[in-house]
Structure formats: C-alpha cells, structure tokens
Design a protein around this ligand. Structure first.
Ligand SMILES: NC(=O)c1ccc[n+]([C@@H]2O[C@H](COP(=O)([O-])OP(=O)(O)OC[C@H]3O[C@@H](n4cnc5c(N)ncnc54)[C@H](OP(=O)(O)O)[C@@H]3O)[C@@H](O)[C@H]2O)c1
Length: 219
C-alpha cells in the first residue's frame, strides 16, 4: 500500500520501520524537512518528503504529530491523496505537558473529532495508547499467547477494516472500539491506554472507561 506518514518522532519513526519491514511503500515527513530524515530513510528504505508530498496519491495517511501542531498542517492537505484515502490519527491531548488548553476538547469533544475537524477528513483512531517501542518490539504471529490487541475506533466501516487488516499484518490483534463519538474510551488515562493485553482484556478495559476527563489530562 502507498502510505504517507506525517510525523517522524517516536511513533512515526517506528511506524515507518514496521510498515516498510512488511513491504509497504512509505513516505515520511516531519516539520523540519526531508533533509533531516536521511538516516531514517537510509535505515528503512522509506522516502523522506514534505508533508504535502507524503499525502500525494497516498492510499493511507498517518497523522502522528503533537496535537497542538495539527492546525499547522496545510489546509486541504488531504485533497491530493488517493480517492477514499484512509487517515489514521495516533494523537493524544496532553494539555499540561505539551499542548496547552484546547477548549473544545475540555468541553467534551473527543480528541479525534477535533483532529478530524482540522484535517477536514474522517479519521480512524489507532495506536494512540500504544508504546512507541511496542510497534517494533511486540509484533507476534496469530495465536501467539503474547500477541497484544489494539483498540481501533472510527465511523467509516470500510476504512476501519483497512486499518484493522493493516494492524493484523503488522503483528497485532485489534478490537473494534466503536465510532469516534466512543473514542474517549481509549484516550489518555483510560483503562485501555497503554494496556498490553489480548482482545478479551482490551474489550473489558474499553467497557470499563469513564466518560469523565481525568484531572491529569485537563488544562
Ligand atoms: N510517544 C509515544 O509512545 C506515543 C504513543 C501513542 C501516541 N502518541 C501520540 O502520537 C503523537 C506523536 O507522538 P510522538 O511521541 O511520535 O511525537 P514526537 O516524538 O514529539 O514527534 C513528533 C513529530 O511530529 C513532527 N511534526 C510536528 N509538527 C509538524 C508539522 N506541522 N508537519 C509535519 N510534521 C510535524 C515532528 O517533526 P520535527 O521534529 O521536525 O518538528 C516530529 O517528527 C502525539 O500526539 C502523541 O501524543 C505517542
């Protein structure tokens, strides 16, 4: 699949490593420019590009930048992607440490809904509660007792299936976490956030989440 990754930090870097390792055609971008990504490109075979170039013709785009930087992405960014492009949002709202106050999220809007509004495109929420190192350290074959499951939320059934199939091929099970209106169940400080467990425990953790935003994750 032709994949564009916007953000080349902890998560974007390791998604680049894993997705190239299983044979995808990956382009990766950061804010400082492709010349700062030559080491990652040499290591993985990915193509270092600008954000606009990462999206051009992509069948799948991953947005994995600090949440506060989402509004900095060029408007209409996704217009140049393939028809029916699937967009993965890995982001989290860390108001105290990083992002500052975002009123809509403080007022209860799911973080991925806010991101969708800025991107002008629906997203599938995935990897937001996954430790970055686990993307390269924890893939396991089907049936392995150590294979972990990741929650995946989104409103578009076809796009969600594409993402779940991709994550399956990466070496992880998935659990359908509902639509974006339900995606608070996997936001920071919920029971599933950072949980390394199989499908049953992940489903239980999603069900046990409280809709109250935890104090630690309020501005
Ligand atoms: N770290 C984790 O384990 C983890 C786990 C799950 C989810 N997350 C979430 O996933 C997101 C990414 O986390 P991270 O830890 O990978 O962040 P990070 O290490 O700080 O990396 C952020 C990346 O985003 C790039 N970026 C920032 N603004 C950009 C822009 N306007 N255009 C293009 N690229 C831009 C940065 O590029 P420059 O360096 O060039 O500025 C950098 O490559 C965050 O929302 C985070 O909360 C993180």
């Amino acid at each position: 699949m032709k994949i564009g990754i916007i953000g080349a930090g902890n998560i974007g870097g390791n998604l680049t490593r894993r997705l190239t390792a299983i044979g995808h055609d990956v382009s990766v971008a950061n804010s400082r420019g492709p010349h700062t990504l030559t080491a990652l490109a040499d290591e993985t075979g990915a193509t270092a590009v600008t954000a606009a170039e990462a999206v051009r013709g992509a069948e799948l785009v991953v947005v994995t930048v600090p949440l506060k930087n989402v509004p900095d992405l060029p408007s209409g960014l996704l217009d140049a992607a393939a028809d029916d492009v699937v967009v993965i949002d890995t982001n989290n709202y860390y108001p105290k440490e990083r992002d500052g106050r975002i009123d809509a999220i403080e007022d209860g809007m799911p973080e991925s809904r806010w991101t969708e509004q800025h991107l002008g495109h629906p997203v599938i929420k995935a990897f937001n509660g996954t430790y970055a190192d686990d993307i390269v350290d924890k893939p396991r074959p089907h049936g392995d007792p150590e294979r972990i499951a990741l929650p995946v939320a989104g409103d578009d059934a076809a796009a969600k299936k594409t993402v779940r199939d991709l994550i399956d091929a990466m070496g992880f099970d998935t659990v359908d976490a509902g639509g974006i209106d339900d995606s608070w169940r996997q936001q920071p400080d919920t029971p599933v956030y950072g949980l390394r467990a199989g499908t049953e425990e992940v489903a239980k953790a999603l069900a046990a989440a409280s809709p109250e935003r935890p104090q630690n994750f309020r501005a």
